[in-house]
Design a binder for this molecule. Structure first.
Ligand SMILES: Nc1ncnc2c1ncn2[C@@H]1O[C@H](COP(=O)(O)OP(=O)(O)OP(=O)(O)O)[C@@H](O)[C@H]1O
Ligand SMILES: [Mg+2]
Length: 432
């Protein structure tokens, strides 16, 4: 029976076959038809370019065997291709076609596997469940995307393509950054890719594949807990299980930068660090709507307190700003150093859980005047936005370990955010 593609898959095939795109991602919910569309493309390539090699790569080879070899690949061959056209080489996990083309499976988890892949050139590489892989490994794989082969007419040389499928994970995953936002995942702040016009992505959900799913499947996804439902049904890139600021949502809490009125109160906060980054957050408060706006951030390691003070004073002068309060962590000597540079600080209220609750409270309360949350963040503050997603509770099962404590990694700017928000909201701001 010929394969009847869904409308989404048909559109996907157009993108895959468009020679101007060489980096193509199909992302989104589960059972949405991504893998079947890619398999169709791999088969087309094998027939269109005799002698061509295609690699389907997954981080762990056992997963590739289960999800691709035993399922999508075998199903496709059995239903679509006459047996006389190909040979299955099970031990090598390779299909060899009569025209000399191959489709093989590979994994990145074994030295032998890796050497085999690195010793071959491919026309097409498919990264299956790409979010599981490390970006560094992918950049190495790309060097193998170098086979030059002509099509059946002998006139057209095949364009090498890297294609990737994934269910969404954290918005900080490289797949989201590279394929969707088209920024370099290794740079900070993320730099726009120079060759962004080669990239394209297509968002899938199970609704796109409803005609091929068992009855009740979508309802089953709809009943999942919040994060799973967002990722598996809607295909949204949202934070993981342990995320502390679950209320944080880019659509609701990020706004485009604007000129902040002079009359709004300005409050800074600083968290000292030398080995771990020193973080400074700049915020403004609009009394009329009871809203805190976070408008600037600073996050750097290896700076002396003198350098930090100089930076703060320069910013203040450049922007002609006056700060009603500068919250700081409790380090007495650092605060004394800042005071020497005319930066007077107040020791922040350090209760971590109270601070977290204050932030969550603001994230989820809506100002009746603006109809927006009472805590808004300028959308160009990449480091803070990253931390909002990655700030997590300890997941340990240990009785001794305090599960109700945040993991102390990548929390420099959220610490300063806690100082500002709790400083404002404790005692209804009377203490400010
Ligand atoms: N065009 C089609 N015709 C018939 N069945 C299809 C078609 N497309 C997909 N399916 C079936 O729908 C199911 C899900 O498809 P597929 O495996 O491609 O989804 P997926 O998006 O890759 O899912 P996951 O995110 O779970 O990997 C499979 O059982 C597959 O055989
Ligand atoms: Mg799949």
């Amino acid at each position: 029976m010929p394969l009847k593609l869904t409308e989404k898959q048909k559109y996907g095939m157009k993108l895959l076959n468009d020679p101007k795109y060489t980096r193509i991602a199909f992302t989104g919910g589960s059972r949405a038809g991504k893998s079947v569309a890619f398999m169709e493309f791999m088969m087309q390539r094998a027939f269109q370019f005799p002698g061509s090699r295609q690699l389907i790569c997954r981080r762990a080879l056992v997963d590739a065997r289960r999800a691709i070899w035993e399922d999508t690949l075998k199903k496709y061959l059995t239903d679509q291709i006459p047996e006389s056209e190909y040979t299955l080489m099970k031990s090598e996990m390779r299909v060899v076609f009569k025209n000399g083309s191959t489709i093989e499976l590979g994994g990145l988890d074994g030295e032998d596997q890796l050497q085999k892949i690195l010793g071959t050139e491919y026309l097409t590489i498919w990264l299956n469940e790409a979010t599981e892989m490390r970006f560094e490994a992918v950049t190495i794989l790309i060097t193998r995307l170098a086979q030059s082969v002509k099509d059946t007419t002998g006139t057209f040389t095949g364009v090498n393509k890297l294609i990737a499928d994934a269910n969404p994970s954290s918005p900080r995953n490289w797949v989201k950054k590279w394929f969707i936002d088209n920024v370099d995942p290794t740079t900070r702040p993320p730099k726009k890719l120079k060759d962004a016009d080669k990239f394209v992505h297509l968002h899938f959900t199970p609704y796109d594949n409803a005609e091929n799913l068992p009855p009740g499947y979508i309802e089953q996804l709809d009943a999942l807990p919040y994060e799973m439902r967002e990722r598996m049904l809607k295909g949204n890139w949202i934070g993981g299980e342990g995320q502390i600021f679950k209320e944080f949502n880019a659509e609701k809490h990020l706004i485009a930068p604007f000129e902040i009125p002079r009359t709004w109160e300005r409050v800074r906060a600083i968290d000292f660090g030398y080995n771990h980054p020193c973080a400074i957050l700049y915020t403004a408060y609009d009394y009329s709507t009871d809203t805190i706006y976070v408008y600037d951030e600073y996050k750097e390691s290896g700076k002396t307190i003198d350098e930090i003070a100089e930076y703060m004073n320069n910013m203040e002068q450049k922007r002609h700003e006056f700060y009603d309060c500068t919250w700081s962590d409790h380090d007495k000597s650092d605060r004394a150093f800042l005071a020497k540079h005319d930066i007077v600080t107040r020791a922040a209220k350090k209760s971590v859980l109270d601070g977290i609750n204050a932030v969550r409270q603001r994230l989820s309360s809506i100002s009746p005047k603006t109809h927006k949350p009472k805590l808004l963040i300028f959308n160009n503050l990449d480091a803070l936005i990253d931390e909002m997603y990655s700030y997590e509770w300890h997941q340990s099962e240990s009785e001794v370990m305090d599960k109700d404590a945040p993991v102390k990694i990548n929390d420099d700017l959220v610490d300063t955010l806690r100082y500002v928000v709790y400083g404002r909201d404790k005692d209804n701001g009377i203490s400010l």
